[in-house]
Ligand binder design. Structure first.
Ligand SMILES: Cc1ncc(COP(=O)(O)O)c(C=O)c1O
Length: 448
């Protein structure tokens, strides 16, 4: 039973709203979030939840950050909107670009601003293609990994391959020119090999894929440094140096999709620092301003920027470079540095990983623990020896039960495995992590 007010809101929701990643017309909805503070949310019934999913890895900096809220309010009063199309610019976006350039990876100092992740990814594809077009080359194909998530637009969803094409269902025909290479999840190795004797075949297979397509037709390869939607899966340590070399050898751009990993989530400001790998293009969103407002960016290498100089860019969005989103991002970056949130993600992430490996791993239904920083995942199985996954409906019921105990986690439901994703805001303290893990442990231990 819920209160009259919640029932009324649910009725309105059922009547008017269409939920992304949900069943159209679903009758079983909720919770309805009413307010939030730090890493907790409260629903209209007054129930509190720890948000171990950071609202889709988006509320990375936690709720109620005064400095970001103040920056937004001040900017709205001064200049609420001025676009960035053609020759016009605005002060906050220039100032934010200056600040971002201080911390963005070496060689990635040119920025195209967007309203979120999908736009950032699609912009990266278009800039890569435009560059090759300018060079009189017909390199247009995009390689992505199986199990990757890169957005849901008609120009990005063909690169998204979570599950068995879940995000493609019903949207055919998809844009041509998108190819998938094998993923790097060792526990479900696509080649049924074991690390390290596999010799990192998944990475080398990127070269096979480029060769099979013809390097003269491949524009770029896009990668999530840690597979997010697929369940917070870190690559084998050698993976990215191999893929980087392959892309360099074949003159294929390597796009780092750091939309989830960027701004400290993995315990480094940029995930690329873990393997000392360089992207040619990089996409960021989500933590860029903690999703206080829609925002994102595509970071462009000097080579691509120089190669594109003089080219008319028939690409842009009305709201790209929104000054209020930029002011929020400026405040967010200051906060990340001032409060040492990257270091916190590393410290608390290592602590959580220790507890997961020390306590959770031995549970009969835990088959794998992996991830990086505060982007961790646990694979659950019905039978550890056979590796039999739980089916989606059972996992979803378990998730709702966990919510009623005060912990919100996201699940990754792939074709042959289910994972729990543990990625709370990077402001999470060790004590808060303990509180969340103390709810999670008995819920996993009792799950059959
Ligand atoms: C790695 C990655 N790329 C792209 C996207 C798409 O971003 P958005 O939902 O902001 O369009 C997401 C969203 O979750 C993501 O995780």
């Amino acid at each position: 039973m819920v209160s009259k007010r919640t029932e009324e809101l649910l009725t309105l929701d059922r009547r008017y709203l269409i939920h992304g990643f949900g069943v159209v017309g679903d009758e079983e909805l909720g919770p309805i979030i009413e307010r939030a503070e730090g890493i907790r949310c409260w629903d209209t019934e007054g129930n509190a939840y720890f948000d171990a999913a950071s609202q889709q890895t988006s509320n990375t900096l936690g709720h109620g950050q005064k400095d970001i809220i103040d920056a937004i309010c001040q900017q709205v009063r001064k200049l609420q909107f001025a676009h960035l199309l053609a020759k016009q610019s605005n002060v906050p976006i220039i100032e934010y670009a200056r600040d971002l350039a201080q911390v963005s990876p070496p060689g990635l100092k040119h920025f195209f601003f967007n309203n979120g992740g999908t736009e950032a990814v699609e912009t990266s594809f278009k800039l890569a293609r435009l560059y090759w077009w300018k060079q009189d080359k017909s390199k247009y194909k995009i390689i992505s990994l199986q199990n990757a998530f890169h957005g849901v637009g008609l120009g990005s969803v063909p690169a998204t391959r979570v599950g068995s094409g879940t995000f493609w269902t019903g949207f055919a025909p998809l844009a041509p020119g998108f190819i998938q290479a094998p993923h790097f999840y060792c526990n479900r190795c696509p080649f049924h090999l074991k690390y390290p004797s596999c010799d990192i075949l998944c990475a080398h297979y990127v070269e096979e894929t480029i060769r099979a397509e013809g390097a003269d037709s491949v524009a770029a390869c896009i990668v999530e440094p840690v597979l997010g939607a697929a369940g917070n899966i870190a690559p084998p340590p050698e993976y990215f140096s191999i893929v980087r070399q392959i892309c360099t050898d074949h003159d294929v751009f390597l796009i780092g999709d750091e939309i989830q990993t960027g701004f400290g989530r993995t315990g480094k400001l940029w995930a690329q620092e873990h393997w000392n790998v360089k992207w040619d293009l990089m996409t960021i969103a989500k933590a860029i301003n903690g999703c206080y407002l829609p925002f994102g960016a595509t970071l462009v290498s000097d080579r691509i920027f120089e190669g594109l100089k003089g080219t008319m860019l028939w690409h842009g969005f009305t709201q790209h470079g929104n000054p209020v989103s930029a002011a929020a991002a400026k405040a967010a970056l200051k906060l990340i540095i001032r409060d040492k949130l990257v270091e916190n993600a590393e410290k608390v992430g290592n602590y959580v990983l220790e507890r997961l490996n020390g306590e959770f791993k031995a549970l009969p239904n835990v088959s794998n623990i992996s991830g990086q920083g505060l982007m961790l995942g646990i694979e659950l199985v019905r039978n550890k020896t056979a590796g039999t996954p739980f089916d989606a409906a059972i996992m979803s019921k378990w998730q709702r039960e966990l919510l009623s105990k005060g912990l919100y986690v996201r699940l990754a439901q792939a074709r042959n495995y289910s994972r729990i994703r543990f990625n709370p805001p990077i402001i999470t303290t060790r004590e808060e992590a303990d509180e969340m893990l103390d709810i999670l442990y008995p819920a996993i231990a009792g799950f059959k």
